[in-house]
Design a protein around this ligand. Structure first.
Ligand SMILES: Cc1cc2nc3c(=O)[nH]c(=O)nc-3n(C[C@H](O)[C@H](O)[C@H](O)COP(=O)(O)OP(=O)(O)OC[C@H]3O[C@@H](n4cnc5c(N)ncnc54)[C@H](O)[C@@H]3O)c2cc1C
Length: 260
């Protein structure tokens, strides 16, 4: 069985900053980490590897520093990494990103199972997995809390609000996971040593048969029209007096707001 786990490198969550002129997330000069839910994607893949001996390939589309994320994935137990990296990808929206990821899955000869995080902490659209599943023409199961793959099908326990559901679908399939998968394992000493020398293959747009028109600015129908921080909420007031007085004050506040 072959599993491809999609891993995105994101700014450490307290470092996400926005460039309001260029209208994009600032990724230069900040600490970059593996998107937290992608660590759970890796953990889900490695649990299946532990049970079945599956091959696990970590794939990332990003600038050269994303290689570090792939080496960490290898240190955790993934077998290899592929970095999709090319200036042609600059300006890629989610559709264009998914196109590149679909092309790399095909280039690698396909996979029985593709694992993704439910969403990222920077772009946070949650669109890529669904687009990728559609482009690869495979079924998708979301909100995975447990993922079991054997005998040509994958069983996914989905934890929803007020409902736990188990679904099964034939593979190839794509599954998105949440943190309910369980704590991602720490890299072992052997893993860290292996990750230092393991080959991380780099693929360009041309390697994937993609042209300038397919990806990057030209291949992205989304345009960011404006971007600004949300207006700050008005200062709240704590009323700590008797119930009668606080009720009177609340009526007064509602009156001033034109509600009562
Ligand atoms: C007009 C426009 C221009 C943009 N230009 C740039 C740019 O120049 N540079 C740039 O870095 N970003 C750019 N972006 C942002 C980029 O499109 C998103 O970062 C990317 O598509 C992923 O979206 P997301 O973070 O919402 O992922 P989500 O859909 O929330 O991610 C869900 C899961 O999909 C997988 N996944 C997502 N992205 C990747 C990835 N890159 N590699 C591997 N797996 C992945 C992961 O498993 C992840 O957990 C641009 C966006 C727009 C709209």
């Amino acid at each position: 069985m072959k599993i491809i786990v999609c891993v995105k490198q994101v700014p450490a969550s307290d470092e996400v900053q926005f460039d309001h002129v260029q209208k994009k997330v600032v990724r230069e000069g900040v600490e970059l980490v593996i998107n937290p839910l992608d660590l759970h994607g890796i953990e889900a893949a490695l649990k299946i590897k532990d049970a079945s001996g599956a091959e696990v390939v970590a794939v990332s589309l990003g600038p050269p520093p994303a290689e570090k994320a792939l080496r960490r994935a290898i240190a955790m137990g993934c077998d290899s990494g592929v970095l999709v990296c090319d200036r042609e990808f600059a300006g890629s929206d989610t559709l264009s990103t998914s196109k590149a990821l679909a092309a790399v899955v095909s280039k690698l000869g396909g996979a029985d199972l593709i694992l993704c995080g439910d969403h990222t902490t920077d772009g946070d659209t949650g669109q890529v997995p669904a687009e990728l599943a559609e482009m690869l023409n495979v079924p998708q199961a979301t909100y995975g809390a447990e993922v079991e793959a054997e005998g040509g099908s994958v069983k996914v326990k989905r934890v929803l609000t007020g409902l736990i559901e188990t679904v099964e679908t034939p593979m190839p399939a794509l599954v998105t996971v949440t943190k309910a998968i369980g704590k991602p394992r720490r890299p072992s000493l052997v893993g860290i040593k292996r990750a230092r020398t393991a080959e991380v293959k780099t693929m360009t747009a041309a390697d994937l048969g993609l042209t300038k028109a397919d990806v990057g600015w030209d291949g992205s129908p989304t345009k960011t029209l404006s971007a600004y921080p949300p207006p700050s909420r008005p200062q709240s007031e704590k009323v700590e007096v008797s119930p009668e007085k606080s009720a009177a004050r609340i009526v007064e506040i509602l009156g001033q707001a034109g509600v009562a």
